[in-house]
Structures are given as C-alpha cells and as structure tokens.
Write a protein that binds this ligand. Structure first.
Ligand code: SAH
Ligand code: AVI
Length: 719
C-alpha cells in the first residue's frame, strides 16, 4: 500500500523551493558563452555544461529512476553525467569531461528542462515517504554545492586565459563582508557537543551529534587578511622549510608556489583574479585561494595554529556574535582530518557514496564562502578538500591555546567569602551573584578593556568632566589632604585629581582586586614621587578605620566610575554613611554617578559588539571554576544586558542555554534552560535621586556637575 499523499501546501512549498534552487545555475551560466561552458581548466574542475547536466542527472538517477517503469530522458546521459557513483554504472573520467563537445549546451539545457518538468510531476504525485523526501532535499543541496563549484571552476578557467576575462560584471554574492573587529575570543571548552541534531536537513557526514573534549582556546575574531599574507610572504614564508609540513614543503617546491593561487606581481604590486576579472589585491580583504598546507604554514609563522573543527563549531554555536565572517566570505581551513564522527552511518542506498567514501586524506573546512548559496551552509556543515587544493574560495581564521591566566595565590579568606557568597546567591530564586567577584586579575583587565570600548561612554565622559571640575573642587582640599579612593581599579582618573591638587599628601586606594591595586599603586607612586601611596586591599562594603598616622590633612573621599550604581540602595546608603565615619568631621567626597538616559545608549554600553562585556560577565564563572573548583560549562551561558525601567538600572545576567546541573562546593545547582544568574545592576541616577541618596546617608550636596550627552555627573559632598 502506498503511503498517504502529502498535503497540497507541502507540495507547492517543495515545488517553489525546487524551482528557486534550479533557477540559480542557469542564471550563473547566462552571460557565459558555450565555449566558456565547455572547456575544462584542470582535472579537479568540470566544464560548466557538465555541472548543468550532472545536477539534473542526480535527480534522475537518485529519484526518478527509482519509480516503476521509468524511462530515462536519454540513456547515454547516465554515463556522461555520472560523477562517481560506482553502483550506477560506467562514467567518463573526470579529467576527460572537457572533451565532451556533445551533447551541445542547448541539448544539456533541454535535458535540464525535461528533468525539471518530470520532477514537478513527481512532486505532484510523490508519496509522503521519508527516504524519498530526504533524497529530494539532498538533490537541492547537491545542486547548490555545484553552484559554488561552477563558480570555482569558471574562475579557474578564466584565470588561465592571458586575457584575464571577467566571468561576471561584479562578483556574484548575496551580501558584503562584515567589517573587521580585531582581537580574539576565548572559549573555555570542556565537554561540549558538536554535530547535527534535530530535524532540519544535514548531510550524513554532519552526524551524529556527539561529545568532544576541548581544552580552553581562543579564535581570531577576524579572518586572516591579504595584508597579513603579504607580511608572511615578505618574511620569506614560502621559502622557509621550518614553517611547513613535510608534504606541504614538497608541494611548495614541486609547484613553485610563491603566493596564493591567482596572485601576480607586477612592478611590486600584487593583483589577483576574481570572478569580475583581475584586480589589485585589497590589503584588508580576507585572503583567498590558499591550500591547507599554506594555511598551516601561515599559522605556524604567526605563532598560532589552525582551529580544530570542533573548536570552530563550538565557538559559533555558543557565541554566534563573536566571530566576524564566520559564514559568507571564505571557507576556513581547520586542523581536522575529514573522518567519520563516532557512530557515523552513510545515507542508505545509492546516496551512501555521497560523502563517506571520501573520508581519507582530506581536511575539513568550516563556515561558507561568498559563493555559497544562501541557506545552504550550517554551523555543523563539513566541507572538505585535499590539503594541496587551492581553487576553492578558502581562507583561514587563526586559533591558539588559551590556558587560564596564571593564578595569583588568592587569599584564603577571600576564596572562602567568594564560595559562601556564590553558594548563597545561586541557592536563591532568582539566582544572583555579587558584582564584586568580577574583579580577579582577568576581570580587572576586562573592565579596563570595557572602558576603552566605543559604546562604553561613562569612563570617557566622567574623565572629561573631572578635568573640568577638579581644579575648582581641589581648591577646597587644603594642604596635605588625604585622598581615599574606593574601588580604585587602575587609578587612571586619580591622576586628574592629583594633577589638580599638587599639594595633596597621601593617597589611599582601596580595592578588592589585589592585582589591579598593586599595579596601580606602583604606577602612581612612580609618577607622583612626592605623594605617599598607601594601598589597602579589601571590601569597601566592610570599612574599618584608616591606618594610624596617615596624615593630618583634610580627608577627601573619591568614588568615581559610577561604581556606586553597582550597590543595592541600602548598601549604597550604608556605604556612604560608613565612608563619612571613616573620613571624619570636615570630609569632602567626590562621587561619580551615571545618569538615566535612552535605553538604546545604555544597552549598547553593556552589550558591546566586540563581546568584551560578555567576556567580563562570563569571567565570573571562569573564576568560580578555577578558584572554587566549580563545574560551570562557561560556554553554555549567554551574556544578557537589559534595562530595568522600574529599578532605573541596567542589569547583566548570565543565561543558561540548556538545562544543566552544576557542581559547586559539593552541591548540585540546577539550571533550567533560559534561567539566569543576575550578576550586576548598574543604577542610573537623576539629580533628585542623588540628592535623596546623599541626604539619606548624612551628606550635603555642595556641587553637582553633569557632562554633555551621554551624560554622567560628578557630585561634591560635604558633611
Ligand atoms: N574607579 C575605576 C574602576 C571602576 S571598576 C574607574 O572609575 O574606572 C570597579 C572597581 O571597584 C574595580 O577595580 C573593583 O575591583 C572594585 N570593587 C568592586 N566591588 C568592590 C568592593 N566591594 N570592595 C572593594 N573594591 C571593589
Ligand atoms: C564598575 N562598574 C561601575 C561598571 C558598570 O558600568 O556598572 C562595571 C561594568 N559592567 C558592565 N560594564 C561595566
């Protein structure tokens, strides 16, 4: 009995998809001559005419021929257009495909149209059976693969012509490359899952999904550029055997490689051949047309390595925003040999020859290129070529090992406090963590990187404002004053105050981050030799007293950076009151606050495009893993930044991307997918709310100065 027929809707969707995919290759062929489409430039390539025929044959041989009583359009085409399917009989060897002057291009296009007519009829009648439908979708993806091969092969042919012909007026591509971002993204790795799971289409080689172990690693956010490549060539990269794998070096010598495929040097200027003809090599563009051997040698020269395919996939799965041009520019060589995943089963039937039998001696490339049809590639997609092949639209993205930064022997008390606090916060619902634990050495470094981001305005705005107000306010300090700074970090803004108050006697920076504090105190002591610098490591929420004999001058509190915004309201009031006690009866206090403003500006500042704030947020979990032996799969948490209008605060969260259980201090902490840890609030103030806060903690507002937009304010408090 036949399986039930598919719905009319499904059939018309399939027909629409079929027509769209099948229209693409004739569209690419349209402006090319029959001669362009008949020639074959090398054994690895095929003539355009052959691609047009073969992709039609695929539907005929895999699908139509299976129907009872089917009569082929032309039995001779079964041999001409069979690529490599042993079970489907004899075929023309690939290197001889260019000798097929018959059938003519018109006959091939007529064959193509007839297959399309038969496929439309088949779709109208096709039973609803999974295997046939898989083969149908496979046929579409196969056609798309050949659309890219068509472009690779045409380019190779054009590049052999001394006329440097342009195959197209402009490079056929769906969208422009993304701009470069700079920097690298670090991934914790651990036990992660890669491979295709779920219901969408994938080739058999992408599954099954399985676990792999990844040591911590980093990937370049950008693809390697032509300028990078020229630096490699200028450093005699093609002439130094120590940079090359043995097989690679043998190939360099045998082939006389001195530059990527298609590059030519004329009067010291490099040009390259593209689909729109010969052009100057654009330094900022990603390098193309390099082999695995070259990519590997370049990485060694750069002191880095190629990523493993699991590293690439894990990175793109867990932080799709981190890498520029992961898709749509050039395929990226990986260090992974093309081999079956554990549990790999080839598709049943004739299509079993599609991928599996090529799993030897080839390397995997990930991503996709500008020539890959839209919707064709996926995060689990495994492209593959032999290591010497260069005619693909292939480039590279560097990787490196990224072990956790060296651990400073942490104070036992602090570790215990961190453990207690985190266990308590994660046992609550909703889960919370105190932002003060962000600031280990790496967290302090990441915060400094945040202050340099274009989106993070508070540091720049506050520093400029401080330069304006500091001279006037410092005039009130009097001689030999003692400047006590809370959460001093890198002590950069301090310099503005010190410059405005040259007769200041003592500087007492207080910070919970010993690494940041020690380094900053040293720098300040060096830069201001007349100043006594007295750093104190500690929590400013638990203020004791100032060291005895610290100096007789007026005490001036300094709390910039809108760090007060990270405190809960009652904490902020208690802190300001305690600071008043610490500083004494005629104290002054310079407080920095961020002001309420448009949520878009705020959200951009806490969710920067380079992902630095995301790394800062996630570093809390990295720190917990290292210092507390916690078992967070760091990459399974996503950075979230949201404006909370009722609390007038930005919130940072870490959101679990799957259900999981995390071991912390011998406890099992359960996370549901979508559940978050609220890691930080950054309160935004108004003139009124600052005055109210100051009043509630026993201070009077003696000065209030706001910056231009995006606005922050500095407040001078007196007792
Ligand atoms: N004042 C600097 C740094 C702000 S970042 C600036 O304006 O750029 C916040 C600083 O406060 C970090 O150096 C962090 O280590 C420190 N910090 C955060 N919570 C703290 C706490 N409870 N006690 C002491 N220092 C703290
Ligand atoms: C230190 N503190 C005031 C910063 C803030 O803006 O709340 C920390 C920060 N969080 C994300 N980006 C910067």
């Amino acid at each position: 009995m036949n399986a039930p027929s598919r719905s009319a809707d499904r059939t018309s969707d399939d027909l629409r998809a079929y027509r769209a995919v099948r229209a693409a290759m004739p569209g690419l062929a349209q402006g090319l001559s029959p001669e362009d489409l008949a020639a074959q430039s090398m054994a690895d390539c095929s003539p355009g005419k052959w691609h047009l025929g073969h992709t039609s044959w695929f539907f005929e041989a895999m699908i139509l021929a299976d129907e009872p009583g089917y009569r082929p359009v032309d039995p001779r085409f079964q041999t001409l257009f069979n690529s490599y399917y042993e079970t489907l009989g004899p075929r023309v060897d690939r290197p001889r495909r260019g000798l097929m002057t018959r059938p003519s291009l018109d006959e091939v296009l007529a064959y193509r149209r007839e297959i399309d007519r038969r496929m439309a009829a088949w779709l109208g009648e096709a039973p609803n059976d999974g295997r046939r439908l898989y083969l149908f979708t496979l046929g579409l993806h196969h056609d798309q693969q050949h659309q890219e091969l068509f472009l690779m092969d045409i380019l190779n042919l054009m590049a052999l012509s001394p006329l440097d012909p342009a195959a197209f007026a402009t490079e056929p591509r769906a969208c422009p490359a993304e701009p470069a971002r700079g920097g690298t993204s670090r991934f914790e790795g651990g036990l992660v899952e890669i491979g295709h799971a779920g219901t969408g289409f994938a080739f058999d080689n992408e599954g099954p999904a399985h676990r792999v172990w990844l040591e911590p690693y980093a990937l370049a956010n950008d693809l390697t550029t032509n300028a990078d490549w020229i630096a490699f060539m200028d450093d005699d990269g093609y002439g130094r055997p120590e940079l090359w794998l043995s097989d690679g070096w043998a190939t360099v010598q045998a082939q006389g490689w001195q530059a990527p495929l298609y590059w030519q040097c004329e009067d010291g200027h490099w040009t390259t051949m593209g689909l729109s003809g010969r052009m100057p090599v654009e330094p900022a563009s990603p390098v193309r047309h390099i082999s695995f051997y070259e990519a590997d040698a370049f990485a060694r020269w750069a002191g880095k390595r190629l990523p493993g395919e699991a590293e690439w996939e894990h990175a793109v799965r867990c932080r799709p925003e981190a890498l520029a041009n992961a898709f749509g520019e050039v395929w990226q060589w990986t260090a992974s040999a093309y081999a079956p995943y554990p549990g790999f089963r080839p598709t049943e039937g004739t299509a079993s020859e599609y991928n599996g039998k090529f799993m030897a001696n080839q390397m995997v490339l990930r991503g996709s290129s500008f020539a890959t049809p839209d919707g064709h590639a996926r995060v689990s997609y495994r492209n593959f070529f032999y290591p010497h092949q260069r005619w693909a639209f292939a480039g590279l993205r560097l990787a490196e090992d990224a072990p956790a930064p060296p651990v400073r022997s942490t104070d036992q008390g602090e570790t215990a406090g961190f453990r207690r606090d985190l266990v308590a916060g994660l046992s609550r619902s909703p889960k919370v963590a105190s932002p003060k634990w962000f600031y280990d050495a790496e967290g302090s470094r990441l915060f400094e990187a945040i202050t340099r981001l274009p989106e993070y305005y508070p540091t720049r705005q506050e520093a400029a404002l401080l330069r304006r107000v500091a001279p006037g306010w410092a005039a009130r300090f009097g001689p030999g004053a003692v400047l006590v700074e809370f959460g001093s970090g890198a002590s950069e803004k301090t310099r503005i105050v010190l410059d405005a108050a040259p007769d200041l006697g003592v500087y007492v920076p207080i910070d919970i981050s010993a690494d940041a504090l020690d380094a900053a105190a040293l720098r300040i002591a060096e830069a201001y030799p007349a100043l006594t610098v007295h750093p104190l490591v500690g929590d400013f929420l638990h203020l004791g007293t100032l060291p005895a004999g610290i100096g007789q001058g007026r005490r001036v509190g300094f709390f910039p950076g809108s760090t007060i915004g990270n405190l809960e309201r009652d904490e902020a009031i208690a802190f300001l009151a305690a600071a008043r006690g610490l500083l004494g009866p005629d104290a002054l206090f310079i407080l920095g606050v961020d002001l309420v403003k448009a949520p878009e500006t705020l959200i951009a500042a806490y969710d920067d495009t380079a992902g630095v704030t995301a790394a800062f947020n996630r570093n809390l979990l990295v720190r917990a893993n290292r210092e507390l032996g916690a078992g967070f799969d760091v990459d399974a948490f996503t950075h979230r930044a949201a404006w909370n209008p009722s609390g007038a605060r930005m919130e940072m969260h870490l959101e679990a991307t799957r259900d999981m259980t995390v071991l912390l201090d011998g406890r099992r902490i359960a996370f549901l997918r979508g559940e978050t840890i609220h890691t930080e609030s950054s309160r935004k103030y108004t003139g009124d709310s600052v005055r109210e806060l100051a009043g509630a903690s026993g201070w009077r507002v003696a000065g209030f100065e706001a910056s231009p937009d995006p606005s922050v304010a500095l407040v001078l408090l007196e007792v």
